[in-house]
Ligand binder design. Structure first.
Ligand SMILES: Cc1cc2nc3c(=O)[nH]c(=O)nc-3n(C[C@H](O)[C@H](O)[C@H](O)COP(=O)(O)OP(=O)(O)OC[C@H]3O[C@@H](n4cnc5c(N)ncnc54)[C@H](O)[C@@H]3O)c2cc1C
Length: 499
């Protein structure tokens, strides 16, 4: 077994080294328009949308189809925000941001169908866990070495978690409804962690640790309100997919439908002024001194960087508090292409392929049925694991993580063909990866959907589906509906026609 990443030689293939940087710097351009956006009514409003991620694009297309005049101002010189596909060579793509979708995401599926995007299927996780120095195989429950309860021993993590959610009065369908939770649910769940909730209905400490190893970003110590929809996505549906040629094709398809002349790229918004007594309702200035005017604004600017935007009049106290108190993860992704999906022969694969309390945290196999014979994985590092890696020079990060993983699980990777890393906290347009309310932050769930004058808020972090494209779309459509109540796809059968 050979590797370019063995100790002492963190060699990145030169032609690969710059891939993430190139992708981040805007190698992903707007595709030529292929789908005409048809205005369905006249007499529309002039709407400025801040940010060309999935939330901004979904709102823009919905409003355009209703006859409104839409302009999208985007910080970066590329479309897609946190959907950022990276070529791996040999026709393969991996993902620095949003990596996969599931069948319980009706909005995502509706756009995928509408734009006729080809899909790759992925495996759901049949992982190997490494916890407290002991190793257990997801495929072999009988030999699990941790002190699980008798019932936890007999079923998978997924089955047991769904059982615990049920006992706690929840289920993986209801919690994905845009109207969930009601006021009582907000009160009940806003101040507890996932661990509090499932321990209360029988979960053992050992089960919480296995859940932590499996879950990654959301652990048993996460705030329940924000984590439960995440658990419902991960454990409520086993049909996983990504888009052949890169998930960035999804935002690019929406952008093409909107029309490239409606985008102003490479133009960070610096100021939003709605204090004028006469003339245009809202004036938005970009850092390069240009000014745009409109009747309404939909801002998808991540709250993590909202402080960099001057606003007149000042934000209300509740909005300022929300921007300041929302918590942001700082995920580092390490991306690896291997000579083959060698782990399959060990019956270990999928989302995740391995998870543990080790510094590599969680390894995801996204190869699925991608042709070519190579293996495609990435590591998600969060919290203290991300912090440890961020202290290293960028060029060393991927190799350090991969080396540790290969020492812990030497039989899973064969030759490493290329590797790289992407640190979300180092992206100036977001400085984080996933935003959500802290413990006791249930009040934010109402606050983020209240407009501030003519400024409406969207972005996945303004839903409980934070960290998911489905949430981003849902938020964009909600904001569009606040401006035009008819811009509202709701209910599965109608979604496809109305997006
Ligand atoms: C590591 C990682 C893994 C993920 N995995 C998954 C997954 O497996 N499945 C899934 O469904 N989702 C996943 N997601 C989440 C998914 O990527 C997001 O939900 C979605 O892309 C967010 O879209 P958005 O429009 O809400 O925000 P963003 O995509 O962040 O868009 C915000 C936009 O605002 C722009 N902006 C910022 N500041 C300004 C300014 N001042 N002026 C103008 N524009 C500005 C930004 O440049 C950006 O384009 C993942 C995300 C990350 C980071």
């Amino acid at each position: 077994m050979t590797s370019e990443a063995m100790p002492g030689g963190p060699a990145l293939t030169p032609s690969r080294r710059g891939l993430l940087r190139a992708a981040a710097a805007g190698a992903v351009a707007i595709a030529a328009p292929t789908v005409a956006a048809r205005a369905q009514s006249t007499g529309g409003k002039k709407v400025l949308i801040l940010g060309a991620g999935m939330a901004g694009l979904a709102s823009g297309l919905a409003l355009l189809r209703r006859g409104h005049d839409v302009t999208i101002l985007e910080y970066q010189d590329r479309i897609g925000g946190r959907l950022l596909s990276v070529p791996l060579g040999d026709g393969m793509f991996t993902e620095a941001g949003g990596g996969h979708f599931r069948s319980n995401m009706p909005y995502v599926l509706a756009y995928v169908r509408r734009f006729n995007l080809p899909l790759l299927s992925l495996n759901d996780g049949l992982p190997r866990y490494m916890i407290d120095g002991k190793v257990g195989e997801g495929a072999n429950l009988a030999t699990w070495p941790w002190p699980l309860s008798a019932e936890e021993r007999q079923v998978t993590v997924s089955s047991m978690l769904n059982q615990y959610l049920y006992r706690a009065g929840l289920d993986s369908d209801t919690v994905l409804d845009a109207r969930w939770p009601d006021d009582e649910g907000l009160d009940r769940l806003g101040n507890v962690t996932v661990g509090d909730l499932i321990r209360g209905v029988g979960a053992s400490e050992a089960f919480c640790k296995v859940l932590d190893a499996h879950g990654g970003t959301f652990t048993s110590s996460s705030q329940a309100l924000g984590a439960i929809p995440d658990l419902a996505y991960h454990f409520g549906d086993q049909n996983l997919f990504r888009i052949q040629g890169g998930n960035s094709r999804l935002p690019l398809a929406l952008a093409a439908a909107i029309g490239r002349d409606r985008f102003v790229l490479g133009s960070p918004v610096a100021k939003i002024d709605q204090s004028g007594q006469s003339g245009p309702h809202v004036r938005v200035a970009t850092r390069d001194g240009r000014e745009f005017t409109g009747d309404a604004v939909i801002s998808t600017i991540p709250f993590s960087v909202m402080g960099e935007v001057e606003v007149l009049p000042q934000w209300s106290a509740r909005k300022a508090r929300m921007f300041a108190e929302m918590e942001w993860d700082r995920t580092v992704k390490v991306i690896v292409k291997t000579r083959s999906p060698s782990w399959l022969s060990r019956n270990v694969h999928g989302w995740p392929m391995a998870g543990g309390d080790r510094p590599w945290e969680r390894v995801i196999d996204i190869t699925g049925n991608e042709p070519g014979g190579f293996g495609s994985t990435f590591f998600y590092l969060n919290g203290t694991n991300a912090d440890a890696v961020l202290k290293l020079p960028r060029a060393e990060r991927a190799a350090v993580v991969v080396d540790q993983f290969r020492r812990d699980m030497p039989d899973l990777f064969d030759e490493v063909v290329s590797m790289d890393s992407f640190a979300w906290s180092e992206q100036p347009w977001i400085r984080g990866s996933f935003g959500g309310p802290p413990i006791g932050g249930g009040w934010m769930v109402k606050e983020w959907s209240v407009p501030e004058g003519r400024i409406h808020f969207a972005g996945d972090f303004t839903t409980l589906k934070t960290g998911w494209v489905e949430g981003a779309i849902e938020s964009g459509l909600r904001a569009a509906r606040q401006i035009d109540p008819e811009a509202r796809p709701e209910g599965n059968p109608r979604i496809r026609q109305e997006l």
